[in-house]
Write a protein that binds this ligand. Structure first.
Ligand code: ZN
Length: 489
């Protein structure tokens, strides 16, 4: 950001709650069905149809609110938000207004600016406020015929899907803070299993309010709202672009107009969609067809008791407890099952560093190559731990372990079984190693002479030759000791 300026960013995130049925009727929420097949009089907005609240949706919203440290209200009120849109058949959306489901949250997350290559510069714990999270229904989808602009279609399968709208305080000062926050939301909601968090498929959507002001100025600048940011990368780029655009406008004597903008990925810029002057007046009023939503403290506490350790807390614990760096801890906690896997491998091997290295490099690489994830991994975490123990007690060398690992990954067999069957046990018997060392020295008289003339870097060459001659099975430490004695002697 240009010196002398400060950005102020607030974020609104819509998370689709992944219940089986819609929020006010029993229609399925299954994605990709025949258009308008998952509909009924309630979600079609037919006269006389009455909404009935889905208990599971409230439970999911409750878990999410607690995971985001929000305070859940004992009583919240559904409200009609009136506006006309072809994909909103009732002419209003059932949402919440002045009495939302939950309010007043603060989250502490790790955040960092990035360099040009996208690498984190310095992770720091930061606190951001969440104003509220309320429950509402999704609208349907208008589909425009590209071939024939006179035609538009509407698909109401999505109408009535439960949403949680999460509104932040304007606490973000850079595009990367916004990126880290939305990424945190996505991971957290996935972790507790209430939202699939797939931004490309639209089950997590984000709008960003962006304004700038000179450093030191208290008064907020005029903001622009960037709508429908459907990937984390677009979110970051759109905010970055918008900050620069606003600063340039102000520095050249122009004025920022309050408006809604869209991110155009192809051109790499935000473009004006509509000004706020023709913004809708939603004329909110309480929804007469639904009673107030009442939840007891006991219900809230029973939900809280069932929450797992959340990814951000777990990341910070991994850094503390296992001395992992922020990036390693971030990757290992990206999926609940992966974090569990690493912890089990650590416990069984009693060697944290090795468990982290094997999981982060070999294991994740093989999973990626196989286009699968940890839930389908054939190597049991206990077996990875057992393999690390075999290295540590010098039964196998690190080099052999890589082959054993590949075999384990393909077959799911235990390391002990593979090592035994293939005769991969490391040679630690010094007389056997001495014999190989003698042969290697005898076969390389030139290198021996150079070594004795002072070119001691050739040590590495001899070690390599001996290990190779042993089929990778000679214990490297023993090889080093014996070689040194013989070469120097
Ligand atoms: Zn329905």
């Amino acid at each position: 950001m240009k010196e002398g300026w400060e950005a102020v960013i607030g974020l609104e995130v819509h998370a689709q709650l992944n219940t089986d049925s819609k929020i006010f009727c029993t229609c399925s929420t299954k994605f990709g069905q025949e258009p308008n097949s998952n509909t009924c009089p309630v979600c079609l907005g037919l006269p006389g149809a009455l909404p009935v609240l889905n208990r599971e949706a409230v439970k999911s919203a409750g878990k999410a609110a607690l995971a985001l440290n929000l305070k859940i209200s004992n009583q919240s009120i559904f409200a009609r938000k009136n506006y006309f849109y072809p994909d909103l058949p009732k002419g209003y959306q059932i949402s919440q207004y002045d009495r939302p489901f939950s309010e007043h949250g603060t989250v502490e997350i790790m955040s960092s600016e990035r360099d040009e290559g996208g690498r984190a510069l310095e992770w720091r714990a930061k606190r951001f406020g969440i104003t509220r999270a309320h429950i509402e229904e999704d609208a349907g989808k208008s589909v425009h015929d590209i071939g024939d602009p006179s035609k538009s279609y509407v698909n109401l399968n999505r109408a009535g899907t439960p949403l949680l709208e999460i509104v932040s305080e304007p606490d973000f000062r850079s595009s990367w803070e916004a990126y880290d926050y939305v990424n945190f939301l996505r991971r957290t909601l996935q972790y507790i299993g209430v939202c699939d968090g797939n931004m490309e498929e639209g089950n997590l959507r984000c709008d960003a309010n962006v304004s700038v002001r000179p450093v030191g100025q208290e008064k907020l600048g005029v903001k622009a709202e960037i709508k429908n940011l459907n990937s984390l990368r677009f979110l970051q780029k759109a905010i970055e672009y918008e900050i620069d655009r606003q600063i340039t406008v102000l520095e050249t004597g122009g004025k920022i107009v309050q408006e809604t903008r869209l991110w155009n990925e192809k051109e790499g810029k935000t473009v004006a969609m509509r000004s706020k002057e023709d913004a809708h007046d939603y004329r909110y009023f309480p929804e007469p067809d639904l009673p107030p939503l009442e939840v007891s403290d006991a219900w809230v506490e029973s939900l809280r008791a069932k929450l797992p350790e959340l990814p951000e807390a777990r990341r910070q614990r991994f850094m503390r407890e296992y001395e992992l760096n922020a990036d390693e801890a971030f990757t290992l906690t990206s999926q609940r099952e992966l974090a569990d896997y690493f912890e089990t491998a650590t416990k069984t091997s009693n060697h944290t560093r090795a468990a982290a290295n094997w999981t982060l490099s070999e294991l994740l690489r093989e999973l990626k190559n196989a286009d699968t994830d940890i839930t389908a991994c054939r190597i049991k975490a206990e077996d990875l731990g057992a393999m690390i123990r075999l290295i540590d007690d010098q039964t196998i060398s690190g080099k052999i372990a890589k082959d054993v690992f590949v075999e384990m990954f393909a077959t799911g067999r235990s390391p002990a079984e593979i090592v035994k069957e293939k005769g991969l046990v490391q040679i630690t018997d010094t007389s056997a190693i001495e014999k190989i060392v003698d042969e290697v020295i005898a076969a390389n008289p030139n290198q021996l002479k150079q070594y004795r003339d002072g070119k001691t870097a050739l040590m590495g060459f001899f070690v390599g030759q001996v290990i190779k001659a042993s089929g990778g099975k000679a214990n490297p430490q023993a090889v080093n000791e014996i070689l040194k004695k013989k070469l120097d002697g």
